[in-house]
Ligand binder design. Structure first.
Ligand code: ATP
Length: 360
């Protein structure tokens, strides 16, 4: 007897998304079920192309159909994704999620994390933009090999002239650094800097984006206030090193996002420069700046710990040469960045699910 669509859906009601805590059918993640005798085909629509649970969910679907319907069933699952968005109205209509990358202290690797996060998500198939809002030292032009780039402008169908972000490694980019001489310090005064940053959001032709990553200046200043008050932010990623001096500042930076007037979800903490492993002693880890500082900070604030990144010469060389480290996809460090990018995408989906009523 042929399997029916109802049997398949009823079996898949037993598969729960561990992050969203509901079954895949209720979450409307099962689409286009087709059946021919014992051959079952359907689409599994995930909340992000960078979903770290992809294989686990596919296996759980196969097991559920074999267990509840027919152990001889042949099952083909096509995986797609539709990145979710917060329900609050978005003044930047085509941008689904704005993710801030922040640090309490300078030099901890915030721009390195923001750049590699953007390239990792784009490599998974997401539509990604990156704004470098670091007025004190915009480093995205260097990290993407675009020190001399100058974005052009064009008229869009709404009759406005808009800046065209520069596209590299699958990421659409704009940096304050594109509009200043890299060798001249720019003495930004508060309102001037805030207006310049707002132009990068409002006056650019971003097109459709799943994720717009924003590399903030270190600390808690005017730019933070402007961005958090002007745009619907999905969440903030906090970058720190395990050093006590960095952690003290990071604590303040993290607490700012949680203040009642700001109230932005903290997607988690990334611990950068967590340890050093000499190439000739690959099993040794030297915790030069202390151990587990980022992890303990995440615990203290009850926010997710997104992972640790070692100190690797390849990362700083990659940053200087304009080729983000994740481009060498087989390297250990690319895998570490990729895992962190997956966890951030996962936290975005969770943050959005707490606001959205899922379609049933
Ligand atoms: N895991 C790492 N291993 C080795 N070098 C690293 C690592 N992370 C960052 N770096 C290097 O440390 C330096 C500072 O990094 P980055 O510019 O990303 O920090 P930042 O927090 O954005 O600094 P700023 O305060 O200037 O914005 C860069 O030269 C970068 O290449």
């Amino acid at each position: 007897m042929s399997i029916t669509v109802e049997q398949v859906l009823s079996a898949l009601k037993n598969v729960e998304d561990p992050d969203l805590k509901k079954d895949l059918v209720t979450l409307n993640m099962i689409k286009d079920v087709e059946i021919e005798n014992r051959f079952v085909r359907f689409t599994l629509e995930l909340t992000t192309p960078a979903c770290p649970l992809k294989e686990m969910l596919k296996n759980a679907c196969v097991n559920a159909i074999k267990h509840f319907v027919d152990k001889e069933a042949e099952i083909a699952i096509h995986v797609t994704s539709r990145v979710t968005t917060p329900v609050n109205s978005n003044s930047l209509d085509n941008i689904k999620n704005i993710i801030l990358v922040s640090s309490g202290k300078g030099g901890v690797g915030k721009s390195t994390v923001a750049s590699n996060l953007a390239v990792s998500l784009a490599a998974e198939g997401a539509k990604v933009g990156l704004i470098d809002a670091d007025i004190y030292g915009p480093s995205v032009p260097t990290m993407f090999g675009l020190r001399d780039a100058k974005p052009s402008a064009r008229e869009t169908p709404d009759g406005k002239t808009r800046i065209i972000p520069i596209e590299k490694f699958g990421v659409k980019l704009l940096s304050l650094g594109f509009f200043a001489d890299p060798d001249q310090p720019v003495p930004w005064r508060g309102p001037m800097a805030s207006n310049a940053v707002k132009q990068l959001f409002n006056d650019a032709d971003w097109g459709e984006l799943d994720y717009l990553i924003v590399d903030l200046p270190p600390g808690t200043g005017d730019i933070h206030i402007t961005i958090t008050q002007s745009y619907p932010i999905t969440g903030a990623v906090i970058v720190t090193t395990p050093q006590q001096v960095a952690l003290a500042d990071t604590r303040k930076g993290l607490a700012m996002f949680l203040m009642p007037g700001i109230n932005i979800p903290v997607l988690g903490v990334v611990e950068n420069m967590a340890y050093f492993t000499p190439p000739e002693l690959p099993d040794n880890k030297y915790h030069l700046f202390g151990k587990d500082g980022g992890k303990l900070l995440a615990q203290q604030f009850n926010v997710p710990f997104l992972g640790e990144l070692p100190i690797v010469q390849q990362v700083s060389e990659a940053g200087d040469s304009g080729l983000p480290a994740v481009l060498d996809r087989t390297s250990f460090v690319a895998q570490a960045f990729g895992a962190i990018a997956g966890r951030i995408a996962q936290q975005v989906a969770i943050a959005n699910a707490t606001l959205v009523t899922p379609a049933v």
